[in-house]
Design a protein around this ligand. Structure first.
Ligand code: ZN
Length: 311
């Protein structure tokens, strides 16, 4: 009788763990799209040539699907076809699906994971040895400055004071594949550090985190974010004073918003006067090169951030 009870407990425990593991491996929710993104990704329109963010862009890294985070193309497949759109002569195996276009002439390419429209593929033009041109709308893709493997990646945007410190703690976290310091939440396009520091762009110093959804989750990263800065400070973080140092979580979808509100609620229950704002994500602008990996490159440790266990 005793051993039967023992096995029942073991089985129940195993089921519980398996369920938790499955939950942490769930694919994150699709990102909300802006009107421009929806026009291209859902309604299959084409962005105006020579206008996209990645048309003349040659950094080393990986291009992800804007809607679902699926890794689509590596930068070494990118070439300049002078056609007005980013061009790639190869895709990451299995990431892109070819579909006969409604016009009966061209071949449309969609994300194999979410079906989002990417553009068209052409063969036999002789641009490169692979003789293939994936002609992709910039608006359908997002860029990560790391060469990463196939799979689905999540993105989180956290503002919690000086971005050097937030970046320092998040980039050490297992499952995080890239962190970038930048600006979001304001009304000025392509702002400079100087403009943001002047305090009237509306932007917050923000860290964009790209993570492997098989190894970590938004929930885990969000909890860590709330533990590496002081979410009760208003319009500042430690010695850094100004609206650009405010605490804010910029959500890519409703799922992220739900998780952010849940943990802020838990902190409030514990008596913390949380000032962290939860808002919908808008365009993220990568900061100047010298702000990236600041502490690691300079061999220093943060003056403005520290880990405090809160959960
Ligand atoms: Zn996708």
């Amino acid at each position: 009788m005793k051993s039967r009870l023992f096995y029942t407990i073991i089985i129940a425990f195993t089921m519980l763990t398996t369920e938790n593991e499955m939950k942490s491996q769930e694919r994150p929710a699709l990102n909300d799209l802006t009107a421009d993104e929806e026009r291209v990704i859902i309604r299959k329109a084409t962005e105006y040539p020579f206008t996209g963010l990645y048309e003349k862009f040659n950094d080393k890294g990986t291009y992800l699907c804007k809607q679902c985070g699926n890794a689509l193309f590596w930068s070494d497949a990118k070439f300049d076809a002078r056609c007005g759109w980013p061009s790639f002569d190869d895709e990451i195996t299995g990431a892109v699906k070819r579909v006969k276009d409604a016009d009966g002439m061209r071949t449309e390419i969609v994300c194999a994971s979410c079906g989002g429209h990417l553009g068209h593929v052409f063969e036999g033009e002789g641009f490169t040895a692979k003789n293939t041109r994936h002609c992709v709308n910039s608006v359908s893709i997002d860029f990560v400055p790391e060469v990463i493997g196939p799979g689905n990646y999540g993105t989180a945007l956290f503002a919690g004071g000086c971005f050097w410190g937030v970046e320092y703690f998040l980039q050490k976290e297992p499952g995080v594949v890239a962190v970038e310091s930048g600006y979001t939440g304001g009304h000025v396009k392509n702002p400079s550090y100087r403009q943001v520091s002047a305090g009237n762009t509306g932007h917050a110093e923000t860290v964009k985190v790209t993570y492997d959804t098989r190894k970590t989750s938004y929930e885990k990263l969000l909890k860590l974010f709330l533990e590496i800065h002081d979410p009760t400070q208003v319009g500042r973080q430690g010695p850094d004073i100004g609206d650009q140092y405010r605490s804010e979580i910029f959500c890519k979808n409703e799922e992220q918003k739900k998780i952010a509100l849940k943990y802020i609620g838990l902190l409030k229950e514990k008596g913390l006067k949380v000032a962290t704002q939860v808002t919908k994500a808008s365009e993220f602008y990568t900061a100047e090169e010298y702000h990236q990996d600041y502490y690691f490159r300079n061999g220093k440790t943060p003056y403005c951030h520290a880990y405090t266990k809160r959960f």
